[in-house]
Design a protein around this ligand. Structure first.
Ligand code: KG4
Ligand code: ZN
Length: 357
């Protein structure tokens, strides 16, 4: 089985070719980071126009890299949401056009399902159910992945996503965008105990997250210092990163306990999404999983940040289960994996230029 994957939900234009035997024949990602950096966040209109400009050429290059023609494909998987609606439409319409012209099945993939299933692309032994900590620029959730297309949300953020908090903290420290990698670099030279920052919701029951109080505390720490020295920046970055890691560990630990109380034994703890690239967070979650006797799977960084290989792989999983979509499948700005769960109390991501997945 050979599937073309297309991803355009936010600021990465991506195309990949993946096989049913888990071989990634091509995996191309074109970041628009430089286009959005002057605005400190993703500008939806710029993102959509840039996808239009680059996607066709990228698909052609991916096919050439893989050495396959359209006649060799068994399906076309394109992200149908959630994300910036104009951006999603570009990739989904391109996928539909290819599917229509070459008479191929269309897989309209939920971007979050792409992240959720990505560890199965690299680990064929990973079986359902598993506990997923999804940490990206637009999402911060704990999900029980029961099967393809079957998810149970255990917790979600009631305000900001953790990646968004990294981006905002970096902006307050004048470290540029995207903030996650910048904070991680600066934190290396800082003292994580130097600045007292809150751990919102930590120690409280449940698995929901909150990061807006932490972000505000960073703002106050910056204001209190007036002119920031390089050491101040490093200390605040290190203190912020450790506080964010503490919150993620606390809530994930509650999720493990909740499942155990239900007599549900997940096959593994999986961490996915762009923030999973953070080394301190990886180490802390590694320690948590080890202490609970739970195998841990964290896809390599390239597969953690937005890419099309995970969309192609979700397409492989869906095609194998005959979950084919009609050519009028709609693009969706909002598309929770657990549709029955509804919005979390106070949910929303105020202050961003646009929703991210
Ligand atoms: O999954 P992703 O590539 O895009 C979506 O949001 O869908 O995640 C991007 C987010 C950004 O907020 C970025 O700052 C964060 O992941 N990020 C990191 C690191 N690398 C990326 N956060 C903390 N540490 C990192 N090393
Ligand atoms: Zn993503």
């Amino acid at each position: 089985m050979i599937v073309l994957g297309i991803e355009t939900s936010c600021d990465e234009t991506a195309a990949a070719i993946v096989t049913g035997e888990r071989r990634v024949l091509a995996d191309l990602v074109l970041s628009q980071c430089a286009d959005h950096a002057p605005y400190g966040g993703v500008v939806p209109e710029i993102a959509a126009r840039s996808h239009v400009e680059h996607l066709d050429g990228l698909v052609v290059r991916a096919m050439a890299d893989a050495g396959v023609g359209f006649a060799d494909l068994d399906g076309v998987a394109a992200t149908a949401g959630p994300g910036l609606i104009g951006a999603v439409m570009v990739g989904l319409m391109t996928g539909k056009a290819i599917a229509a012209v070459h008479d191929l099945p269309l897989l309209a993939v939920n971007h979050l399902e792409g992240h959720a299933l990505s560890p199965r692309l690299i680990d064929e032994t990973l079986s359902f159910p598993y506990l997923l900590l999804l940490v990206s620029g637009g999402h911060c959730q704990l999900l029980l992945v029961e099967e393809v297309d079957r998810y149970r949300r255990l917790g979600t953020t009631i305000d900001d996503a953790v990646g968004e908090a990294f981006d905002k903290a970096a902006m307050l420290l004048g470290l540029g965008y995207p903030g996650g990698p910048a904070i991680e670099r600066r934190a290396k030279d800082g003292d994580s105990g130097a600045v007292a920052l809150p751990r919102p919701l930590a120690g409280r029951p449940g698995c929901d997250f909150s990061f807006s109080g932490l972000k505000t505390a960073v703002l106050h720490a910056v204001q209190a210092r007036g002119e920031l020295s390089e050491q101040d920046r490093a200390d605040i970055a290190a203190s912020f990163q450790t506080a964010a890691a503490d919150v993620l560990v606390d809530r994930t630990s509650n999720a493990i306990a909740q499942l155990s109380a239900e007599d549900c034994t997940p096959a593994a703890l999986v961490v996915a999404g762009g923030v999973a690239a953070n080394r301190e967070i990886r180490h802390r979650i590694e320690r948590l999983a080890a202490s609970r006797g739970l195998p841990l799977a964290i896809p390599p960084a390239r597969l953690c940040t937005d890419n099309a290989a995970m969309i192609a792989w979700a397409g492989v999983e869906r095609l194998g289960r005959d979950m084919i979509d009609p050519l009028d499948a709609p693009p969706r700005a909002r598309w929770p994996l657990d549709e029955g769960a509804g919005l979390a109390r106070g949910a929303g991501t105020p202050g961003r230029l646009g929703p991210r997945a």
